[in-house]
Write a protein that binds this ligand. Structure first.
Ligand code: DGL
Length: 268
């Protein structure tokens, strides 16, 4: 079991931002990544559709005998984590709780901004989790539905992307937030752009590092840490691996840590 891979999944390439941090935190672990690039983005879809897709991704990874599942997608974590937990015999790590814990520790003004897909923002899950930790904190939220396609296209510093960021993030101007949660695993790809349109001094929190730390804790508690060296990493997408590799390479500075394969989710 210790040598079994960790399964990580997302609607597309966003979960690779979490993978990068998992590799830094747990460099010897075997990994299998699954990005549903054929159907991304999920964030504008109904909850039932997101759950159906997410359970297909879960079944695929469980079929690969993973020892833990990381739901490296805020949209899936926000809408159907409990259904995935019900299906999975192995530990499931979502991105929201670890991200909230970090943001709540970081804020000094008591005002936290949250950006995410429509499904994540409409679920109100960030507000609920932040208030579960501290009911006094103020939460200002904004859905940014065009950010995922921009990230998938690699439009990370395009002037059009800047205009869109200015439009979405204008509500945070002089709002008093000192911490902004990037509540979508695609958004770290747009970090510099997002920073460039925000007031100075606002700290950005994304899901990658807190989720990797949470995964490490869960593996330690379950005595599941791999002891041998040399990690095997497999990266699967449901469509267009060449295009995905191009964008992923922007983020991995042309050192993508494995091979990218196209897979089908159909059973049988
Ligand atoms: N990376 C996903 C998230 O964290 C993107 C969602 C989408 O596909 O719209 O929310």
């Amino acid at each position: 079991m210790k040598d079994s891979p960790i399964g990580v999944f997302d609607s597309g390439i966003g979960g690779l931002t979490v993978v990068k941090e998992i590799i830094a935190t747990l460099p010897d672990e075997n990994l299998i990544y699954l990005g549903d690039t054929a159907r991304v983005p999920y964030g504008n879809r109904d909850r039932e559709v997101i759950a159906k897709f997410a359970l297909e991704l879960t079944r695929f990874l469980l079929g690969k005998k993973v020892k833990a599942l990381v739901v490296a997608c805020n949209t899936i974590s926000a809408t159907c984590l409990s259904e995935i937990e019900k299906l999975s015999p192995v530990p499931v790590i979502g991105v929201i709780k670890p991200t909230v814990t970090k943001a709540v520790e970081m804020t000094r003004t008591g005002k936290i901004g949250v950006i995410g897909t429509r499904a994540t923002i409409n679920s109100q899950v960030y507000e609920r989790e932040i208030h579960a930790k501290n009911g006094e904190l103020q939460v200002i939220q904004q859905a940014c539905p065009l950010f995922v396609p921009l990230a998938e296209e690699g439009f990370v510093d395009h002037p059009a992307a800047k205009l869109i960021a200015q439009e979405y993030l204008s509500r945070f101007k002089n709002s008093g937030i000192d911490t902004l949660i990037l509540g979508c695993t695609h958004y770290p790809l747009l970090k510099e752009l997002i920073r460039s349109v925000l007031d100075d001094g606002i700290k950005l929190v994304d899901s990658a590092e807190p989720t990797a730390e949470e995964l490490k804790k869960v593996l330690e508690v379950g005595d599941l840490i791999k002891t041998s060296l040399e990690a095997k990493r497999v990266f699967c997408v449901t469509d267009a691996p060449e295009r995905v590799l191009q964008t992923a390479n922007i983020f991995f500075e042309n050192k993508f840590p494995g091979k990218l394969e196209k897979v089908s989710l159909e059973v049988g």
